[in-house]
Write a new protein. Structure first.
Length: 411
């Protein structure tokens, strides 16, 4: 029997934190707007976060599910978070730094014409239940409705689903969803770690790659990296390689990571920070005062470089070269990469399949962890990594304030 392809779907999403901030999770589901049938649902923990971050995470997850199970369908999002709804409508500004990258990701993932509707909490009970089931440990990941007989196979969720929450739902591995081709092997996952702070970081100065001053990690920066290394330690057996940019601060970061994870870092020059040329060692206000026109052009056009430096476009090209080398050498493995703001943002944009200009809408904390995966997919014939489809699994994460093990289930 042929299953009707939905032309309109509704995304319901919610998130919650027990402590705000505290242990957090999100819930999201996709319904056929005509029949009301649930096509897919997810409940996933995200570690320690605030309510608002959890709600935004639920929105992003719901939008991704909608694109996956109902490609080409129009989307209406319904949430009981007035903040998220009004910010996605563009009526309210996004001010909190933790929500800016999530807002940017949601905006990039949402199909054109997506609408946002605020609903009372009682009308969002299903998504709320999914989030609470995740927090209670009875759900972890995605479940899908039974796929149509003629539907193509889909890649299994990187997070294994729990037992079905409803009789009509079944495991993602048992009933794949539409929209993905079956992978020909496991993904190559990059655990991207930004270096800790240096005196330039603390002073908010442009600090480039090998052409700059190259200050070492500060005492604070070393402490940040040690905390991140301890947080990542539970992954040690899963890590197949450690890679670092050749810049001093990332080499020092990689040494700390390597001591904790049991790996010696290999150098990948492509993952060095952008060269800022004449702006090296200056602050943003200082550059704005000296050469406002050049700074404006640099921000607006990815082909424009600082005097004597690199453009975002040129950094993108060399980062893609490095990505192809790492994926070819470590296919199907987990690789920890010590790098910098611009290369990490570039790899995120690549995984999401969005324009490099999105880097201006991301913020990365020192010693933060971002995770991207690249799945084998023969349908991808061109682009920066032919034969692979990207996915962002985690962004700008830091160890909880009270310590604790890194939970690989996040991605």
């Amino acid at each position: 029997m042929t299953q009707r392809r939905p032309e309109r779907v509704v995304v319901e999403a919610d998130g919650g934190s027990r402590g705000n901030p505290g242990p957090a999770a999100y819930g999201a589901l996709v319904r056929d707007a005509v029949t009301g049938d649930v096509l897919a649902e997810e409940g996933t923990t995200i570690g320690r976060a605030t309510n608002n971050v959890a709600e935004y995470s639920g929105l992003v997850a719901g939008l991704r599910l909608a694109v996956e199970v109902a490609p080409g369908a129009s989307v209406e999002v319904r949430m009981d978070s007035k903040l998220v709804v009004e910010q996605m409508r563009g009526a309210w500004r996004v001010k909190h730094p933790d929500m800016k990258p999530l807002h940017a990701e949601a905006s990039a993932v949402a199909p054109a014409g997506t609408t946002y509707t605020w609903v009372p909490r009682a009308e969002n009970a299903h998504a709320d239940r999914l989030a609470n089931e995740a927090l209670d440990g009875v759900r972890d990941g995605v479940t899908y409705a039974a796929a149509a007989e003629e539907a193509p196979s889909a890649a299994p969720s990187p997070i294994q689903p729990s037992a079905p929450a409803q009789p009509s739902m079944q495991s993602a591995t048992a009933a794949p969803a539409r929209g993905w081709a079956a992978p020909s092997g496991p993904p190559t996952t990059l655990v991207l770690v930004r270096h800790g702070v240096t005196r330039h970081t603390a002073a908010k100065k442009f600090s480039g790659g090998l052409g700059g001053d190259n200050p070492p990690l500060s005492v604070e920066g070393l402490a940040q990296v040690r905390a991140t290394a301890d947080w990542l330690a539970p992954l040690a057996e899963r890590v197949g390689a450690l890679v670092t940019s050749p810049v001093r601060r990332t080499v020092e970061t990689a040494q700390v990571l390597g001591d904790r994870l049991g790996h010696v870092a290999a150098t990948e020059h492509a993952f060095a920070e952008m060269e800022f040329g004449e702006w090296e060692g200056l602050t943003f206000p200082e550059v704005l005062e000296r050469d406002p026109d050049a700074l404006t052009r640099w921000i607006a056009d990815p082909t424009v470089a600082p005097p004597g430096g690199e453009s975002f476009g040129s950094v993108r090209d060399r980062v893609h070269d490095g990505l192809r080398r790492v994926v070819a050498e470590h296919a199907g493995s987990t690789v920890v990469v010590a790098s910098h703001v611009t290369p990490i943002k570039t790899l995120v944009a690549t995984a999401l399949g969005v324009d490099i200009a999105v880097v201006h809408r991301m913020e990365l904390a020192p010693a933060s962890v971002t995770v991207v995966s690249f799945y084998p997919d023969d349908r991808v014939e061109d682009g920066p990594l032919p034969g692979h489809r990207g996915s962002m699994r985690l962004f700008n994460a830091r160890p909880p304030g009270d310590g604790g093990a890194f939970e690989a289930a996040h991605w």
